[in-house]
Write a protein of this length. Structure first.
Length: 193
């Protein structure tokens, strides 16, 4: 039995942090399109060069690029019970492509966990992360765009999954441990996780 989850939430909501904690205990594999894109930029590939300016501005890279990266990672993953999609899908086209890719494996998205965090907390987390990690899109200007983008794409993507009744809210304002506990509690509702 496979189990696939989407971690949905605004930039700096803690999706990556929580995905890294949850994947270990559940034999799931985190697939972060943001991490994959940053790796391409760091390696200086053609794709990375194409994506960098868009990422730095806070806008979305093309569906084609991120869907291709996800398809490739899914096909290479071995010995996993399922995936934690982190930062993907961000458009309805990505959500539909993901459903198709999973259906080809006889799988589906079992749950969408929506991490809810106030904008003011996001801005201070990004300031902290900018100092720690030096991400070039963790600036005040890019963050403004990223939050606007989030508002616009979540209005498309969340209803897509709400219609399937698989969206669960998580209070992302709490400590890392408390958020993990909330996520574990939601996952326990589904025996497969
Ligand atoms: P993240 O680390 O998820 O915040 O992603 C950093 C940046 O990578 C985003 O602001 C986008 O420019 C790009 N990106 C990551 N995932 C996606 C996606 N699913 N669709 C489009 N662009 C993405």
């Amino acid at each position: 039995m496979s189990f696939n989850i989407i971690f949905f939430g605004p930039p700096a909501a803690g999706k990556g942090t929580q995905a890294k904690i949850i994947e270990q205990g559940h034999k799931l594999r985190q697939l972060s399109t943001g991490d994959m894109l940053r790796a391409q930029v760091a390696e200086g590939t053609a794709l990375g060069k194409q994506a960098k300016a868009i990422m730095d501005s806070g806008k979305l890279v093309s569906d084609e690029i991120v869907i291709g990266m996800i398809a490739d990672s899914m096909s290479r993953a071995k010995n996993v019970k399922g995936f934690i999609f982190d930062g993907f899908p961000r458009t309805t086209a990505q959500a539909q492509a993901l459903d198709t890719m999973l259906a080809e494996r006889g799988e589906k998205i079992n749950m969408v966990l929506e991490l809810q965090v106030d904008d003011s907390a996001l801005l201070s987390r990004v300031e902290k992360r900018a100092a720690e990690e030096g991400r070039s899109d963790d600036t005040v200007d890019a963050m403004k765009v990223r939050l606007e983008q989030y508002r616009s794409y979540s209005a498309d993507v969340l209803p897509y999954y709400q219609a399937k009744e698989i969206v669960f809210g998580v209070d992302g304002m709490r400590s890392i441990d408390e958020v993990t506990m909330q996520i574990e509690a939601v996952l326990e509702q589904d025996q497969a996780a």
